[in-house]
Design a binder for this molecule. Structure first.
Ligand SMILES: NC(=O)c1ccc[n+]([C@@H]2O[C@H](COP(=O)([O-])OP(=O)(O)OC[C@H]3O[C@@H](n4cnc5c(N)ncnc54)[C@H](O)[C@@H]3O)[C@@H](O)[C@H]2O)c1
Length: 272
């Protein structure tokens, strides 16, 4: 199959680990002209499941013949995000695809036990950080021309969670901020459909990444996650990367404002 993203430049937040890393690698492998890898640090989350954990994402892309750069970005800091967009444009000349995978999760606790500090952190990273990145992406896309061969002027893929679609116990603040990402996807998409800018979202189920390692190793939690997932296995980062590639490619150019649950059926209802 011909590469799906020739000449396209991607910026990925949370690119050092898990889904962000899998998406950055997949986009580069599908012909992207450059990938701006944004994260708190270049090193992958040491709890991750990646086989090549010791090689930072941007290095791995370059080793495989692609073009990439790393930018240290805390997405809750608008200035750092803005500088990453500027660095991407300065290095690669444009940005066509923005994937917002960086996110914050905290171990399960009851709503009554959550506090202001937790809520502030969840909102500033998950809601505000993702919203800022969406706005910066749209502003950059509006400076660029519509590409008829791609069917779009620019694309945003947000990563929320199926916890933002249905309720799970012990993660109210996380769920509420992930639901905000689902809805900013829809509301942002309606504003910018006229500009041929696609804004879509993936809501993952239980996926084996560094963030989820402690849950995957906890027998009670894993039992619960397996029971809640009708499909015979839990997720891996490449399950999400495959759908992200679809949302980045020509085939999905008439889709916008959609939240795709990629979750082995977790949001369907109660599994038998
Ligand atoms: N793993 C799951 O089961 C699961 C399920 C649903 C949704 N998610 C969401 O998927 C996304 C990716 O998580 P993952 O599972 O790949 O975890 P991960 O820990 O493997 O990767 C997350 C990456 O985001 C980075 N990051 C965290 N806060 C950041 C910040 N403020 N600024 C910049 N980078 C930051 C981390 O350094 C890390 O490299 C997150 O938004 C998470 O909430 C994960």
């Amino acid at each position: 199959m011909a590469p799906r993203l020739p000449g396209k430049v991607a910026l990925v937040t949370g690119a050092s680990s898990g889904m962000g890393r899998a998406i950055a690698l997949a986009v580069a492998a599908d012909g992207a002209a450059g990938v701006v890898c944004c994260d708190l640090r270049p090193e992958a989350n040491p709890a991750g499941f990646e086989a090549d954990l010791n090689i930072p994402t941007a290095e791995l892309i370059i080793q495989r013949g692609g073009k990439a750069l790393f930018r240290k970005v805390d997405i809750s800091n608008p200035k750092e995000l803005e500088e990453a967009f500027l660095a991407g444009v300065s290095e690669f000349g444009r940005i066509d695809l923005v994937v917002n995978s960086a996110g914050y999760w905290a171990p399960f606790r009851l709503f009554v036990d959550e506090d202001e500090e937790l809520w502030n952190k969840m909102v500033s990273i998950n809601t505000l950080g993702t919203a800022t990145s969406n706005r910066l992406a749209i502003r950059q896309f509006l400076k660029q021309e519509y590409d008829p061969a791609w069917g779009s002027r620019g694309r945003i893929i947000n990563i929320s969670s199926c916890a933002g679609v249905v309720a799970f116990p012990g993660e109210v603040a996380y769920s509420a901020t992930k639901a905000s990402i689902n809805h900013l996807t829809r509301a942002g998409a309606i504003d910018h459909a006229k500009d041929a800018i696609n804004i879509n979202c993936i809501a993952p189920g239980a996926v084996a990444t560094g963030m989820a390692r402690a849950n995957f190793e906890n027998q009670d939690i894993i039992k619960h996650m397996k029971k809640a997932t009708p499909w015979p296995r839990l997720g891996v980062a490449d399950d999400i990367a495959g759908v992200a590639l679809f949302l980045a490619s020509k085939e999905s150019s008439w889709m916008t404002g959609q939240v795709l649950n990629v979750d082995g059926g977790m949001t369907l209802g109660v599994a038998p």
